[in-house]
Design a protein around this ligand. Sequence first.
Ligand SMILES: [Zn+2]
Length: 233
Amino acid sequence: MTEPKQTEKSKDTCCEHTHASAEQKEASGADGRPAPFLVAEHPALDALNSLCAPWGNDIEWWDTGQSLMDWMLAADLIDQAVVDRLHERCSAQALDSVADQARELREHFRELIHRYGGAPLTPDALADLAQIREQLLKDRQYMDVVETENGEGIELRWQRDWEKPEQLLAPLVEKMAEILCSPQLVNVKNCEWPPCTLWFLDTTKNKKRRWCTMQVCGNRAKAAAHRAKKKRG
Ligand SMILES: [Zn+2]
């Protein structure tokens, strides 16, 4: 299992980093960590990027139960009512232990993406999905008739009861299984800037997305190409 990494301030030494770092600093919360990177076009890949190093040092967004819930709120995987309910029912310790499990699940999923990203899965892969399937089996959902989000109507919706903190893993594993089973798995890519560890789903029409974001790595690559060109004369 991967040990939680300490949050460190981004390095801000190279000229091409300045723009992105200024933006991220603006978005930093009280803990000094930037707002979550939700640039992957799929929540399971955004989950991989909850540990990343766009500036060389690891940034971990899932170090405690509270920070895991904050990240899931930002990623729209749970709502505030879920956070309130879990705070009512569970100790901070129990929630922290779920963050430990979430990090372990994320790193297992990262291995699967490294191994299988780029081609659709065949039944041969099922044995390697045992841990994901085990987590899926633990999920308990039921259907209920509830008010629509705009409050103007009613709809039939899948619900979870949120009795136990471990249920926080359910929406994460559901999204991980969704992308593993999707033909879109062929379009899962790693940012091309060598030290960057961000993952994304290439949803562009011509499938030519190369960077996590243009603001971070796209601009770095452009600056590097510019310097190389200047050097060549
Ligand atoms: Zn990148």
